[in-house]
Design a protein around this ligand. Structure first.
Ligand code: COA
Length: 380
């Protein structure tokens, strides 16, 4: 009996702080009119003090788990797609695992530019179909405001912060992730990149002075590339499942620029009502853009069981990818209050458990004898 990876939960988190186009026009030489007409973006959300990629990822994941009606201890795999991890290592996925109390999960980060979430969902769906895991949490989360050069008007108007999460679960009924199509072309690595901070150009006073820890981009080239691969990746994934463009219920494109979305719609000859867009409200949130859009579309009732949803993205690398999903999950009932309280208690326990583990390691390093425990923290 073949196993299918179904979308059973979704959630998004956008930080409270808003940055409008008018706010930006006070920072750099730009205007609301220029930004709206060239990008379609009206405002974006930015992190507040203390918020990070992992903290936003956890809030999105909690919502997705609530919709899936699953406990974090049931998760087998956590993938966090991001270009702005909390640290180079440990992975943000491990921080999320700890904060959720997902004590059975394997966890790793995935870097594939803005296509990272599509890559991540593809990896997780294939591991589920292969029978390796039953339940996977895939997150796209970004704090792009920390790598945005707020003095560069050609990039700073484009990006925003946020997180989105999807829960995949094995099922024997048909549907879920039907096919994926992924691609890359590293010869375009300097079209969109962050030059310093890796081993090729470690951080130094020179790299900081030359602003090499910020996003550098050739906007026109990325635009051309984006329109081309949105078309080819969508066509490729449809061919894999033997469906035509007319059979698409909703296309969820990477939310980078409304003009790229419109150009892709024209080139695919898809009516605009079949294309989901929220770039006006959030800007480009990189790996978070597709899971945020997918969650919002589901919340708004734009996706119903039986629908064929195509997600298509492009990004640094260069990378691109598309996913075909047959939606099987109806909009969930409102979660009863007692279940929400239990869930909150679970998360408080996870934080306490993490604190106690760190404390016990510290005590151990001071020579205090520890009670032997197994990997899940139970007394042996
Ligand atoms: N406000 C006002 N003027 C601006 C500006 C801003 N924020 N940013 C650039 N300009 C100016 C440029 O300096 C240029 O002036 P010049 O003609 O005097 O040199 C002019 O506007 C046109 O610049 P251009 O780069 O041709 O604009 P564009 O129409 O290509 O739009 C982007 C620029 C960045 C919006 C567009 O190329 C784009 O969206 N590219 C894709 C980027 C992307 O999606 N990246 C993420 C991928 S995951």
């Amino acid at each position: 009996m073949s196993v299918h990876a179904h979308v059973v939960g979704w959630g998004k988190y956008l930080p409270k702080r808003l940055l409008t186009n008018d706010d930006l026009s006070r920072l750099v030489s730009t205007s609301d009119e220029w930004i709206r007409t060239r990008t379609g973006i009206q405002e974006r959300h930015l992190v507040e003090d203390g918020e990070t990629t992992s903290s936003m990822a956890v809030l999105a994941a909690r919502k997705a788990l609530e919709i899936a009606q699953l406990n974090p201890a049931q998760i087998d795999l956590i993938i966090v797609a991001t270009v702005t991890p909390d640290y180079i290592f440990p992975s943000t996925a491990c921080l999320v695992q700890d904060l959720l109390g997902a004590n059975r999960a394997a966890a790793f980060d995935l870097s594939a530019g803005c296509t990272g979430f599509v890559y991540g969902l593809s990896v997780a769906a294939n591991m589920i179909s292969a029978g390796t895991y039953r339940t996977a949490l895939v997150i796209g989360a970004e704090t792009l405001s920390t790598i945005t050069d707020w003095s560069d008007r050609s990039t700073c108007v484009l990006f925003g912060d946020g997180a989105g999460a999807i829960v995949l679960q094995a099922g024997e009924n048909k549907g879920g992730v039907l096919a994926t199509s992924l691609g890359s072309d590293g010869s375009g690595r300097d079209m969109l990149w962050l030059p310093a901070g890796g081993c090729r150009m470690p951080a130094s006073s020179r790299t900081v002075k030359e602003r090499l820890h910020f996003i550098h981009m050739n906007g026109r080239e990325v635009f051309r590339f984006a329109v081309k691969v949105m078309h080819s990746a969508t066509s490729d994934v449809l061919e894999k499942i033997g469906c035509s463009l007319e059979e698409i219920s909703l296309l969820i494109p990477h939310q980078a620029n409304q003009r790229i979305i419109d150009a892709a719609a024209r080139s695919l000859k898809l009516p605009l009502e079949k294309i989901f867009s929220n770039v006006a409200k959030y800007g480009n949130t990189s790996t978070a853009s597709i899971p945020i859009a997918l969650s919002e579309a589901a919340e708004l009732g734009r996706i119903k069981p039986g629908d064929l949803v195509i997600c298509v993205a492009f990004g640094a690398g260069l990378t691109w990818g598309a996913l075909a999903i047959r939606w099987t999950r109806p909009l969930p009932q409102v979660t009863p209050i007692w279940r929400r309280i239990l869930r909150s208690l679970f998360y408080v326990m996870a934080i306490i458990r993490s604190y106690l583990r760190r404390l016990s390691r510290r005590l151990l390093s001071l020579g205090v004898q520890e009670v032997p425990r197994d990997l899940r923290g139970r007394r042996k």
